[in-house]
Write a protein of this length. Structure first.
Length: 227
């Protein structure tokens, strides 16, 4: 299936099941096609990798769509629910801010170890080889935290927009099961997953290097890190 056919069928399917921001979803898939074409892949190969359109549409559907109008909620009920919703949203934004800070801190530590800096007394001096891999591990952790923060930020932005649309529908008695659906961000998810895998691998490799250099499974004692 070529790009035009794939996008057309996907667009029609998203509109049929009532996905509100179908245009944004289509833009994501068009961008994916363009990026993969630059890598030398054919449109048919890309469409096969993306999978069946029916499976993609299934990700945007709820188990039991509610197509019938429901009892209209009062403005008071909506405002009361928003108090709890926005408190939760604020908590998520604070978590996202903490994740970004952790990402930056991990990145700085990564460069600190890679370039064998000796600026902070609280950080023990590293063996150069051990420090290189430890630095790479912290950079992978930084990428992991950064990917998580982007996913969470996009989730919150979409959710905020959907809440506004939900307000209008619920007050009119037109709410249905497809109102709040969060898009999939495959590229960011892939980066996050691969960076998480890199963290695990580098942690294992760094530990093995430390054991071999110090000749002790508890090499941190051998190097007097905490004394």
């Amino acid at each position: 299936m070529n790009k035009m056919t794939f996008i057309k069928q996907l667009s029609d399917g998203l509109k049929k099941i009532g996905v509100i921001d179908s245009e944004e979803v289509i833009k994501d898939y068009e961008a994916h096609f363009d990026n993969e074409l630059l890598k030398g892949k054919t449109e048919e190969e890309i469409s096969r990798e993306l999978g069946k359109i029916s499976d993609i549409l299934a990700d945007f559907q709820t188990d039991k769509p509610l197509n019938e109008p429901i009892k209209r909620l009062s403005l008071y009920s909506v405002i009361l629910s928003d108090i709890f919703v926005y408190i939760g949203m604020l908590s998520f934004y604070l978590v996202n801010l903490a994740t970004i800070i952790l990402s930056l801190a991990s990145l700085l530590l990564g460069f600190y170890f890679i370039f064998s800096m000796i600026l902070l007394d609280i950080i023990p001096v590293m063996n150069p080889l051990f420090g290189q891999f430890l630095g790479l591990m912290f950079i992978a952790i930084a990428v992991l935290f950064f990917g998580v923060s982007i996913l969470l930020f996009k989730f919150l932005n979409v959710l905020m927009k959907r809440l506004g649309q939900w307000h209008k529908k619920v007050l009119k008695g037109e709410i249905n099961g497809t109102v709040i659906i969060i898009n999939h961000y495959k590229f960011i998810k892939a980066i996050t997953l691969w960076s998480g895998l890199a963290v695990i691998i580098l942690l294992i490799v760094t530990y093995i290097i430390g054991v071999n250099l110090a000749g002790d499974p508890q090499f941190w004692h051998e190097w007097n890190w905490f004394e």
